[in-house]
Design a protein around this ligand. Sequence first.
Ligand SMILES: [Fe+2]
Length: 355
Amino acid sequence: MSSTRQTLKSKRILIVDPLGECLPLAKKLVDENFEKTILSRSFEELLRILTNARATREPIDLLIVSMHLPEFNDADFFKTIRSVYSGAMMSLAESTDQRDLQLRLSGGADDIFVQNSNPELFLLKVECLLTRKILRDQMGLSTYRNEALFLNILAVMAKVLEAKDPNTRFHSEKVSMLATNIAREMGLPEDEIKRVSIAGILHDIGKMGIPESILRKPGPLDPAEREVVERHPLLAAQILEPIEKLKQAVDYIKHHHEHYDGSGYPEQLSGDAIPLGARILHVAEAFDSMVTVKNYAETLLPEEALAEIQRCAGQQFDPFIVDVLDRILRRSGLLVPQANMPTKSLPQLLEEFAV
Ligand SMILES: [Fe+2]
């Protein structure tokens, strides 16, 4: 048997059949060496199998549903199934009534087999659905691997960029850590927190396109140099744009220098028009820059940096996020003057924010 056929035969097929009328079809599959064919008798059992399969990462590849399952005619049937199952689905039908067939297809079935038709046609449909599923999985996997590789390369490049300059070492990690804590303190959903974390790591990736002579200039920048530096959020967005699943995180990066009053860049957005993740990054980045030791500007203590950020709340920063930062810092104890505070590294300090 060729390896493609072997792969096909190794797929898991679940038939939901409360009345036992699908046994001839199940037998046909077993005769054709589809050895992982299982039967389920009820809707509850079906949901249990699908949920377990997902949890154990041994997914069902093809689901075949009898039209005599009582729940089959519920309006939410396909929606419920699709909430726990993303594989191929075949619906069995009693007749070739076009309206009925159309309803099943638009509901979420990938194909239909009219019961008591030629079993060879059934087999052909099963093989088609499984082949499509295998191709879809392979395409998804290679896209995922390419995107993950691309992101890892970018994260390494961001580190290399920062490592060359003692003023910016660990900047991405620190901004990401603080922004993550702010997002968590705000009670944002896990997906959103993850996007903010990733955006924090990659937020300054656009600086790869800025000449080092400007990035490492010890003194203040002249207007032309400032204009070049201010291109970095747009450059980052251009680098990351091809990664579809980063769409929102890219938006946060693109706007992480917008000011709450509309005086920032690149698009002079203001207030809630600035994506929330970008407003969080802006506060986190400002705090990290202020407390980091650098050779071109004064280093502030955490309480001084907080006071400065509070002074600019409503103009540069979202006041709500500034309050969240205040809460996190106070709870961490960082604002209480400590004899050894200046000797602590910022990564250590930021770790203490973790809740
Ligand atoms: Fe930046």
